[in-house]
Design a protein around this ligand. Structure first.
Ligand code: PHB
Length: 391
């Protein structure tokens, strides 16, 4: 407890020093709120590194404004996320809020963003409806329907007839389950069972036994970034890697951050996602090399690239507004923005403020002794199908 208080004190002092230019019109403060501790700490680490790399590469001023990035740790607790958002706006005069490692954390900030008219850039959370909760929310991560529906299309064309779904039981898992299952059954496939596991400290073993007993052609999996190793460990311990049941899912389970730790049991897993560290483009090769250099060889994952792009979105918007940083001007500038990300071409749908991006079908393979999600097929410019279905 005392250590925690001391740590908090030091963090506060650092933040006060960083925001010495309080209220200074020449500074645009960005509050990056992330889980830097707790179950989702890998998301925080990747996102912070992604945002910092962008600033390192592009300089800390744009359109005559100095950029000040303040990173705050919410420990993955929604009430803390909300309080930090209020403090960043009230005390630090933040003009942009960014981050949010889990859906409930992003949702907790939506009313704060609306009331203060401050853009909330969601760079991690991925439940489809998040962007509908405030006109000031814009997203550079992805949505689960965007990634899961293409997985069903691929399975239907690749001799997979019977599937069991296994997802973490909250917003993004429920989206993944629905959009995979609906697309798969519409195309003639059978979903034998839909299994949901708890978000907090999950024990996958009993659920994996049920998958084994159902003997499907494949198990479709969504677990949030950071949980893939624990899942794959139990997948292997239960003998599912040798059962002939194919592992498919959204790319969260074969997260680039974890692949080395998971090891050979991941080989052959097919997933659909918007980013692989192995993505073959000059922009990505430069990004991966610079990220590794700045972070002791750490491999960037899809969280890192979303935070990097979140910063790109802010820089691009400030250029368009010629440095004006009121929320409405920034939001207008962000709508319809498009650029080449390390993940490929992306844009912000002006109607929904959600990201439009390629979804890649990938298979885990070994390249020069290291495991990668190797992309082998591309579905171009995918909009979030949840919102597309409503419009
Ligand atoms: C979410 O909580 O929205 C979330 C977190 C991690 C992921 C995907 C979605 O990998």
């Amino acid at each position: 407890m005392l250590r925690a208080i001391l740590k908090a004190g030091i963090a506060t002092a650092a933040i006060l020093a960083a925001s010495a230019a309080l209220g200074d019109d020449d500074t645009v403060t960005i509050g990056l709120i992330l889980p830097m501790t707790g179950q989702q700490a890998s998301t925080g680490k990747q996102e912070q590194a992604g945002a910092q790399l962008y600033i390192q590469q592009h300089g800390d001023s744009v359109a005559g404004k100095k950029i000040s990035l303040i990173v705050k740790d919410d420990g993955g607790a929604a009430d803390v996320t909300k309080r930090l958002a209020q403090e960043l706006i009230g005390n630090d005069k933040a003009k942009v809020l960014m981050g949010f490692g889990l859906t409930p954390l992003a949702l907790a900030v939506a009313p704060v963003a609306t009331e203060a008219k401050v853009p909330e850039i969601v760079t991690a959370a991925a439940t489809a409806m998040i962007t509908e909760k405030s006109p000031y929310i814009v997203r550079t991560s992805f949505t689960l329907p965007q990634a899961a529906a293409p997985m069903a299309e691929w399975a239907l064309k690749n001799n997979i007839h019977k599937v069991v779904t296994l997802v973490t039981d909250y917003g993004p898992g429920n989206d993944a389950e629905k959009w995979f299952s609906d697309t798969f059954t519409k195309g003639g496939g059978t979903v034998a069972e839909q299994i949901r596991v708890p978000l907090k400290n999950p024990d996958f073993a009993p659920f994996l036994q049920r998958v084994k007993d159902d003997a499907p052609d494949a198990v479709f999996v969504f677990v949030p970034s950071g949980q893939g190793s624990a899942f794959m460990k139990q997948f292997t311990e239960r003998g599912l890697d040798k059962s002939g049941i194919k592992l498919i899912g959204t790319g969260d389970v074969t997260d680039d951050d974890l692949l080395a730790d998971i090891g050979d049991p991941a080989l052959g897993a097919v997933t659909t996602h918007h980013y692989s560290a192995d993505h073959d483009s000059p922009e990505n090769k430069a990004f991966v090399a610079a990220f590794k250099k700045a972070n002791n060889g750490l491999r960037p994952n899809f969280m890192a690239v979303a935070a990097y792009d979140g910063m790109a979105l802010v820089y691009g918007a400030l250029e368009k507004t010629k440095g004006a940083s009121d929320g409405d001007a920034l939001m207008d500038a962000m709508k319809g923005a498009s650029w080449i990300s390390p993940r490929g071409p992306i844009s912000i749908d002006p109607a929904t403020r959600d990201i439009i991006q390629n979804i890649y079908v990938r298979k885990v393979e070994k390249k020069d002794g290291e495991l990668y999600n190797v992309e082998f097929s591309t579905i171009e410019a995918v909009k979030d199908p949840f919102k597309a279905a409503k419009n």
